[in-house]
Design a protein around this ligand. Sequence first.
Ligand code: SF4
Length: 965
Amino acid sequence: MTDEFKTLQKFDAGSGHQGLLHSLPALEEQGVGKISRLPVSIRIVLESVLRNCDGKKVRPKDVETLANWNAKAPANEEIPFVVARIVLQDFTGVPLVVDLAAMRSAVKRLGDDPKIIEPLVPVDLVVDHSVQVDFFGSAKALQLNLEMEFKRNRERYQFLKWGQQAFKTFQLIPPGIGIVHQVNLEYLAKGVLSKKSEGRGHEAEIFYPDTLVGTDSHTTMINGLGVVGWGVGGIEAEAGMLGQPVYFLTPEVVGVHMKGQLREGVTATDLVLHVTQLLRAQKVVGKFVEFYGEGAALLPVPDRATIGNMSPEYGATMGYFPVDQESINYLRATGRSDEECRAFENYFRAQNMFGMPRKGEIDYSVDVDLDLADVEPSVAGPKRPQDRINLPELGRTFRALLEQPVQDGGYGKKNVDLREKHLVQLNGSAPRDRAMASTDEVDQGINPGDERNKIEMVANRPTPDTGKDIEAASSEMFTHGQSRIGHGSVLIAAITSCTNTSNPSVMIAAGLLAKKAVERGLLIDPAVKTSLAPGSRIVSDYLDKTGLQKYLDQLGFNLVGYGCTTCIGNSGPLHPNIEKAIHEFDLVAASVLSGNRNFEARVHQHIKANFLMSPPLVVAFALAGRVHIDLSREPIGKDKHGKETFLRDLWPSLSEIRETMQSALRPETFRKLYRDFADQNPKWNEIPASTGDIYQWDEKSDYIHEPPFFENFSMEPGHVEEIRGARALGIFGDSVTTDHISPAGAIKATSPAGEYLVSRGIAPSDFNSYGSRRGNDLVMTRGTFANVRIKNLMVPGTEGGVTKYFGAAGKLPVPRGEQMSIFDAATKYAETKTPLIIFAGHEYGAGSSRDWAAKGTRLLGVRAVVAASFERIHRSNLVGMGVLPLQFLDGTSAQSLGLDGSEIFSITGLSDKVRPGHRATLEIQGKDGKSRSVPAKLRIDTPIEIDYYRHGGILPFVLRQLLGR
Ligand code: SF4
């Protein structure tokens, strides 16, 4: 137990026992800094720095620097932040466990003890990203989707079960339980943690704030509970697990003072869309945001968590709410023990950090005011979460975007007549009882991707009580199984994403709206793929208890799974005739979802316009069937008497929502549902798992493969060297997301990854998604830059992962460039050891944290990425994989330089002496043989990153440290 600043003090931890803490008030008394004026989020990080100050990894200077954080001019210093725990979801968690397994194999080959590779902080992995909406609109959808999930992911799950037994500090929450951030909020987070430690001559219990990083951008949802944490790349999380601090630069903290209250009819989703737009405009990228004031104090924790969740969308590292009585109330209401609640409250009181700060009490870098009464019902889209649209404006905005030129963000259609619809047959020859098929049929290889099954699901959607019996109505739907679709038709309506499903008020509002719609006999068009995927079984419990689920069912919003589904792009296929019509008539069709992301091709490859909105609005737009509508004035549909029904007729009042909620949420339910996970999932128990410290890699597996990161590993690190004779592998514009770089969704049969899988004897119907194959570098490297929507400006007019191959630098005559896939070109360049460069515009690597976006880049042979600007996590992941990020200086871009990819490039001015922010030179030799050069800034931002880069990335760096001990 270290106590460099002599700040260790006793405090009343509740339940009759005393604990110890590293006291921030005591540090302030020593004159180390004006700590009580620091933002609460900074104080929590400071506590970690103080507690872990050992003079080596964390130095006294680090404590002093942070304690003297200057709001208006934060020192540009890196903070070594040792987090209390780590959370993972399965898409990012599997490759992380694969890397740990590969490290163990490497250590064994070097003759050392593989067990030196072990997480040093608790790690929780929640399997939530794998379930896909293959079945919907049926009472059997949950079970059938789960069956499919296990069938598709068996190898991965076997591997995870190996990991569960091989690593001591690793807890796994199996599929079918919930979504990582909701499970974190409802169960994993404890507020404060404690550790037994030797000190003062006896065993002592040291308490410290719960802090974490997670391998998912929306880890920030936990900020709503007063827990400091954010998303990092898998690579940084790995380093954190292996005892490395997470390094970041002292941030600015934007204080958002909230006052007032949300008005009737305005939801937490509307609020977060408002906040996203407000803070995007404030340019909060790389900053902490702290919400405070009397308005914040009145927000319940689920509303705060919704706002915290979307901090990646407004660009902040965190969207933090300080701990107050609401935080304690939430812990109590969700079944946390009395002891935990007391320790949480007493700890924060003892640290002088309890209670929502008021204006003027804290010094923030930037002050922003937000009157909650200004928030309006809204949606956001169709391509970016920050593009908020007031609800009445949606129809007009959509119409305008349809005809707006593509280069201005529109869809470039001419003379659109929105009344024009195309007939789509949905009946076909599907077997009538497919929805009720036994689960055995799934195991026998019936492909749920076969669209006939979807037809059946639609056909069997139970209908509202319209006076007809369900069978007859269903039969009518079936025999009249057709729809008319056009631009703006809603084809996916998904109540999805932990952003909103963790918030009972909006989920209950969706149920109440469904109830009123059913009572009036409103119907949803069969072309709309409806789904409900909550982030935990708690939601089902309260929707069942309140009797609301049955109304959602009757509209087709049956439970499809407890997982991310549409939020991660696992929306499943649409009816083939619908896809055909979209293609044939080049339709700009719409999805409506309660998620947080709507980048192109994220929700579904065929849906171009994606609107984020609250769960009740998802139900409303599903009923309306189109997005070119003003729901504040136009009717949503006709009731069973043919009378026009408006949104206002269906919208539940705040008091209705509150009353319903109070009757349904019980702490005992949380306690009951959050225990003995394996027992609650027999399918998980049936999966056989190997045992032992070393994983037995199986060459036959196409899910799990030993990555080449430690091939030819030696104890000697490399050097920072100039890059010469390089070729461009891709030139991209602005806002290339990690999903463009490393897609998570479907694998196209004609893509390099698809062709590779086919060559391994795998049928396209069994491809599964890229996300699920992240344990296999051979698939993922082929999938890098393979998003169907990525546009490589080297091959104008094309989409998808294509480039031009120009041969090794210096080859004469200068080749014209042969068009081929990016993977094939990279493979050919590797034969001549030609280094590769990616050029990009602004916000390169925006979107979800995705380690494969950096790993795949590295494995393709890319040595540097030169961009106008980088997203925070992706930039650090590139460094973490030993790829050099370089930033053009103001105004310069690949376009302004007129690059077409035929040039030969060198990056000079690099040596072991470089420091963060160093200016290097990009030398460009055109095909006319003339050379020019431009300066570019090294985006290696911290001293430790120089070390990572020199070592070829974090993993070799950590391995050398562990082996060198
Ligand atoms: S639901 Fe969406 S935001 Fe939540 S963990 Fe899943 S993918 Fe991330």
